[in-house]
Each structure stands twice: as structure tokens, then as C-alpha cells.
Design a protein around this ligand. Sequence first.
Ligand code: KG4
Ligand code: ZN
Length: 360
Amino acid sequence: MATVLAIETSCDETAVAIVNNRQVLSSIVSSQIAAHQPFGGIVPEVASRQHVEIVNAAIAQALESAHLHWADIDGIAATCAPGLVGALLVGLTTAKTLALLHQKPFIGIHHLEGHIYASYLTAADLQPPFLCLLVSGGHTSLIHVKDCGDYETLGQTRDDAAGEAFDKVARLLNLSYPGGPVIDRLSAQGNPHAFPLPEGQVSLPTGGFHPYDSSFSGLKTAVLRLTQKLQQEHQPLPVNDLAASFQETVAKALTKRAIACARDYGLHTIVVGGGVAANSGLRQHLQTAATAHDLRVLFPPLKFCTDNAAMIACAAADHLERGHTSPLTLGAQSRMAIADVMQLYTSTPANDESTASVGL
Ligand code: KG4
Ligand code: ZN
């Protein structure tokens, strides 16, 4: 079973982890939230600079807390797509340099594949096929997981991602960034039925609605109109009720699509991943609906829902076991469909000297 060190720098977390197959030996996550908070969102240049400052110390810490040396590591991985290119390049270049230096195979990982693998870290018996509901700051997707590297996207958002909607609505309610955890906390004190809000359906050209795609921009606009109306009427903003009503609408919309998709495709397990998988409303609605339909639903522990490197290392260990390694010429990509992940791997030995100098 492969022991892999992975680096994750696709967004605003500098993370390094060491995983042996599905077992986490160390996981270091350094959040940049404080650096971005004054701007109300992520500033790409700030993210890249912070990654550069922290990444080497995080690698040393990951090795130290796992009580391992480079000789114990079978492969070195990094997230290479999708994400902020400048931020991705920090982790990717560091991993490729270390792979060359220590003569280890290098494995590039698609960030969303990492989120899928987060559930493997705690569910020892989990095996494909299953459905993954991936809900993060940048993505809202329903992915049919057929095997390692074999993915089909069955549904996605047409506009804002679920986490992005939480962040934008939080800003409308004058709440701090990131919005998801704050809205989640305030919702506990609010009435989820105080304001009926539109779920945001995606129309089909043939009539009716897309069963698996979502749209959150209409919902966000509805919250905006509501806050404007209340402000014009000089009424105090019922923040808790607004937060609870918004969260309820998103949770119900995601649950409806995930259950319909799993049933239509005959998949008995739904795995949830991404930052919004931490949401208590979504957890409650999806768990209740899954039980009613005799489906198994798996939520990773909170620390593996948001960005971390353990999930990247877990995906890389599986690829490495199957002989999938990446050339050192592999570049960072801001966008990449998860269906194309196998393009990241070649049968060429990862430490081929002829490709190494080009890649770095
Ligand atoms: O997966 P993630 O850490 O980063 C991306 O790959 O995007 O997800 C971050 C997103 C943010 O939009 C944040 O507001 C949201 O996850 N989030 C939540 C919760 N915790 C984090 N959204 C709703 N409820 C939460 N408890
Ligand atoms: Zn993520």
C-alpha cells in the first residue's frame, strides 16, 4: 500500500498531508482566511504569496508529525487543476521539485477527485459505483463515480456554486467571509419557513425542468430584493430568519436533485464532499430523505469537507497503486472537467530525466 505526501494549494488553504492508502498519517492545514477577510473574498495574488511563505514549513511539519523521512514516501502528489493558477503553481512546482530531488513518482490530482476521496478516508468499505454530491465554493456537481479515474458529471450548477451562494448571501446580510459557517450558525436561531424563497430551477428547451442541474443566482437575487424592501420600510433585518430560510431552500434543492439522480441511476450510496457538506441543514435534509428512500449517505468529517491535502493524498495513493503517474511537464489548469482526469497520467516513469528539466 502506497504512502503518499500531497500538497494542496488550489485556493486559500495551504495544506500538506501524508496518507498510507486510506489511513491519514498527518494532515496540516493552514488557512489564509484572516488574510482575505478584509477583502470579503479571496484575492488570488495574496493567496499565491501566502502559499509560497508557508508551504515548506507545512511539508516539514507533515513529515515530522507522521514520524517519517523521505525514504518512507512512495510518491509525491499535488493538486494541479482546477483552481487559481498562481496558487496551484506553488504546490505543483514544489511537488515536482521534490519528486525530482528524491527520485519519487509524481502524481497530479484533480481537486474535485480529491473531494470525492475525502469519504474514503473514513469509510473503509466504500467502493464505487456511487453518486457524489460535490458542493464547494467553486462547484456544485452530481458525479457518477464508476471507478478510480472514471467519472461522469450528471448535474451541475448553471451559475453560482452552492458555497459561492452562501458567501454572497452572507455579504448581503453584512456577515463575515466565508459566509457558509456563519449562515449555518445563525440559522440555528432562525425560522427556516419565515420567508418562502425560489428554489431556482433550470428550464429544459423541451419544457419542464432539468432534474439534476441547479441555479442559485435567482435565490440570491430574491434575498437581495427582500433585504432592500425591508430596508426601504426601515425595518430591522431579521438576519437569523433570512439565513435560516436561505439555508433551508439550498438544502432542499440539493437534496431533491441528489436523491432523484441516485434513484434514476440505481446508485445506492451518496457521498457528499466539499465545504458545503459541512452544512447542518444539508446534512439533516439529505440524511432524512436518504433514509426514507433506503439509500446510504456518507458525509466526511468536517475537517475533510473543506480543502485539505489528505483527500488529495488518498486519491494519489489509489492512482499510484494502479500505476498512474504524471510527467514532470504537467502544468496547472484553472479549469478542467473531472471526466478528463486520466489525461493527467502517462505510462512514462515520472522521474524520466528527459522530461524533468522541461517540467520545472
Ligand atoms: O471545498 P471548500 O473548502 O473550497 C473550495 O474548493 O471551494 O469550500 C469552501 C466553501 C465556502 O464557500 C464556504 O462558505 C462553504 O464552503 N462552507 C459552508 C460551510 N462551511 C464551509 N457552507 C455552508 N455551511 C457550512 N457549514
Ligand atoms: Zn475544494
